[in-house]
Structure formats: C-alpha cells, structure tokens
Design a protein around this ligand. Structure first.
Ligand code: PGA
Length: 251
C-alpha cells in the first residue's frame, strides 16, 4: 500500500488527478471506476482543467460509477448522475456511450444490478478504481455489517452515512435510505485502486485502517489491505491521527 500525504485538499486533488491522467496516458482505453461525494470534487475539477489544456484525453476512456441512490432520477440535483455530469462529464470528452452509472429508478432493480455487473465484465473489469471512504469505513455504499456482498446489489445506508450525507440534502429525513452499489468483489478485482481522504472527520477511520492489520466486515475499507495495488492519497488533516500514532506529528 502506498501512502501519499498531501499538504491540503488541493494538493490531494492534484495528485489524484495526476495519477488518473498518467494511467490514461499508458492506456487510452482505460476502464475507470469513479466515485462521488465531497472528496473527489477537486479531483474532477483538476481533470477538467488538464483536459482543457490538452493534457489528458478521455475519448476512449470507459467509466463505471460506484453507486447511485435508489429512487432519485438522473435529473434530480442530488443524484449521483447529476453530480457526475455537472462536476465532470459535461466538461470533458468521455463518450456518452462509455459512461455507466447504476440506474436508481430502474423498473427491475435486481435486473439493473445484474446488467451493471455484466457491463463491467464485458469491458474487461476496472483498471483504475477511484474511491472515497465513509467515516464508518464504507467504500462505495458497502456498509459495515456481518457480511459484505461481492456483486452489485441494493444496500441500506448506515446511520453514519445518512448523517454524513445529509449536508447534500435539506435534512437528514430526505436522504434516501437505499442505494445501488457495486460490491466488494468488483472493487477488489480492480487492477489499481486510489483511495482519497480529506479533512479531520476522516482522521479516525484512516488511523484505524492504516494502523490495524486486521481485515473485518465491520470496516469494509480494511479489505483493501489484501489488494496488491492500492495508493492512498490523503491530506494532512485526514492523516493526523495516523501520524500521531506513528509518532510523526506534523506541526
Ligand atoms: P465524502 O464521502 O467524500 O462526501 O466524504 C465519501 C464516501 O462516503 O465514500
């Protein structure tokens, strides 16, 4: 596991964008797994900037998003469809037919999950998966529990997640209780994983993740300890408790 500690959010975002752009340069038809939430907004902003300067070309890139809220149509401003288009796809040259986001309003949700896994398989699997992390250690919407699912499935959001995501809604009550998410198997099969963490809210979970040697369904991100190619890019706030534990406090 490679750990990169960036000074602040902007530096974290630039570093993540650079890694993504380098992988696209190496493989223009990269299959890119994408994440939503507050953390990757800066990464998308930086990728858009690089695209405008001609530093990266997405014309052959295939994307698969991790998740979508159940019941929110693409035009709903709080959906991950809307997030992805407004933050990224509307500003770069990913071909519409190469964009994949689970459909949270599909008539047959089970079929939608199957279709999504099939599409990932057909594309040859994910080459590079971008991840955020929940305060409770979730990745995608794979929430802590007794067991984790391998494939795309419908999940119930954990209370911590509902609380954390309430900031994107008018109130906690409005946060959808369910979502479609790719499973741990899909994430673990990605050839390369980049996990981002920013801010002091993530310091506890990052310290737990990086100091523990244990893999547990109670901390879904801990499965990344088993993956051969994970890069963590976090800012100093997210790294603080981890660094304190290591005796490397940064002033
Ligand atoms: P955040 O969400 O980037 O909004 O903190 C991360 C996540 O829940 O995976």
């Amino acid at each position: 596991m490679e750990i990169i500690i960036a000074r602040d959010y902007d530096e974290m975002s630039k570093k993540a964008a650079q890694i993504i752009a380098e992988e696209i340069k190496k493989k223009p038809e990269l299959v890119l797994g994408l994440a939503t939430g507050g953390t990757p907004v800066g990464t998308y902003r930086e990728l858009v900037r690089m695209y405008r300067k001609g530093e990266v070309d997405f014309s052959r890139v295939i994307t698969f998003n991790l998740d979508e809220y159940l019941g929110l149509p693409p035009e709903d401003e709080r959906s991950y469809h809307y997030y992805m288009y407004s933050n990224f796809f509307d500003h770069v040259n990913v071909k519409p037919e190469n964009i994949h986001i689970p459909n949270g309003v599909a008539e047959d949700i089970e079929e939608e999950c199957r279709r999504y896994d099939e599409a990932i398989k057909e594309a040859g699997g994910i080459d590079l998966q971008l991840l955020g992390i929940g305060v409770n250690g979730h990745i995608g919407f794979n929430e802590p529990g007794e067991e984790l699912m391998a494939n795309t499935h419908v999940t119930t959001l954990a209370p911590d997640t509902i609380k954390a995501n309430a900031r994107f809604f008018n109130s906690e009550d409005e946060v959808p209780r369910k979502a479609i998410t790719v499973g741990l198997g899909t994430i673990m099969k990605a050839k390369k994983i980049v996990l981002l963490a920013s801010g002091k809210e993530k310091a506890g979970i990052m310290a737990e993740l990086l100091s523990d040697n244990a893999v547990s369904t109670k901390v879904p991100a801990s499965f990344l300890l088993l993956h051969p190619d994970v890069t963590i890019v976090m800012d100093e706030e997210a790294a603080q408790i981890y660094l304190e534990k290591k005796g490397e406090v940064r002033a």
